[in-house]
Design a protein around this ligand. Structure first.
Ligand code: ADP
Length: 313
């Protein structure tokens, strides 16, 4: 059970099925099918203009799909019996009235959603804005506006959290806070879907990834599977006997590049073979790592492949 007495992990997942939005005949979201499961952080990744916001707006009932569906726990937002307590969203952090204090902003949302006003103090504390609660939102930095937007999303202690580019404007401490926070929500069995174009952050935060480009699904996959070390990837090896090791590896027919005074990059064999050659030469190693593609590499490769597939738009 969550703090508001809602059962957790009861299938409040998100599911898009053949979701499509056309503006003036052009599909900006194009037959998109994906899921975000309870108990996990799902990252929604795509370049600017890929259709992320439009998808999230359709999820929240702010934009009407041309065809297909996007549902929460199997229901469209309009069919949910208690939407304010089921889904909380951050769509545009700058949409706060600049003359309102953070507290007043939250109070007006609490009233509209039929939420106990005492919750306002709790969410301000949750996002670290207690002391700024009486300040006008117009004086807030973008990072503080993001925190206020997240506080608004949390008012109903929702099962499902949807955050559109929540990392924008956050400083490193804010980013770390948000990552930990999303982890906790997911660990409670809730569904967390957040969009970003910041790949290194996405790699650190998301359990599952939905990648889109030009409105279409590029891939949906657990993060681990996307960025796992590939045995064909180069190996990085560090030793104080760099020249001796380079020679031994080259003798074994491997392709060796000098990276620094003590570091080599080796292709043509895996880490175990490189380690075996070093051991046979009596060379002590300080590091032996199979390099892996970063999420950025994977993303660029996948979006390139999808751009090259030649299918009509
Ligand atoms: P992202 O969030 O991935 O940056 P968006 O969903 O904001 O992408 O936008 C996807 C595409 O849809 C963009 O080309 C954008 O210009 C277009 N678009 C979004 N909203 C509208 C609208 N109301 N009318 C026409 N085009 C739109």
């Amino acid at each position: 059970m969550t703090a508001n007495g809602h059962p957790t992990g009861t299938g409040c997942g998100i599911a898009a099925h053949e979701l499509t939005k056309r503006y003036a005949g052009t599909a900006v979201v194009d037959r998109l099918t994906f899921t975000a499961r309870p108990g996990a952080i799902t990252g929604f990744l795509g370049p600017n203009g890929a259709g992320k916001s439009t998808t999230l707006r359709m999820l929240l009932g702010l934009v009407r799909p041309t065809s297909g569906s996007i549902t929460i726990g199997g229901r469209r937002l309009g069919e949910l019996p208690d939407p304010a307590r089921t889904v909380g969203a951050l769509i545009d952090a700058r949409s706060v009235h600049p003359n309102r204090t953070a507290k007043d902003h939250l109070l007006s949302y609490a009233t509209a959603g039929g939420i106990d006003p005492r919750r306002v103090g709790e969410v301000l504390e949750l996002v670290g804005l207690t002391r700024a609660g009486s300040r006008r939102a117009g004086e807030f930095s973008l990072g503080m506006q993001q925190r206020l937007g997240i506080a608004t999303a949390l008012l109903g202690d929702p099962e499902v959290l949807v955050l559109d580019e929540p990392l924008n404007g956050l400083d490193p401490e804010g980013i770390r806070w948000l990552r930990t926070f999303m982890r906790h929500r997911a660990a409670e069995g809730r569904t967390v879907l957040f969009s970003s174009h910041l790949m290194s952050e996405m790699e650190l935060t998301a359990d599952d990834l939905v990648v889109i480009a030009r409105g279409r699904l590029v891939t949906q996959s657990p993060m681990q599977q996307l960025v796992q070390a590939d045995p064909g990837q180069p190996v990085q090896v560090r030793t104080r006997s760099r020249a001796d090791l380079a020679e031994a590896l080259a003798r074994a027919g491997l392709d060796v590049t000098v990276r620094t005074d003590t570091t080599l990059r080796v292709t043509g064999a895996g880490a175990s073979e490189v380690g075996r050659i070093a051991a046979a030469e009596g060379i002590a190693l300080e590091e032996l790592t199979t390099l892996r593609e970063s999420l950025e590499d994977v993303f660029l490769r996948l979006t390139q492949e999808s751009a090259d597939d030649g299918s009509p738009r």
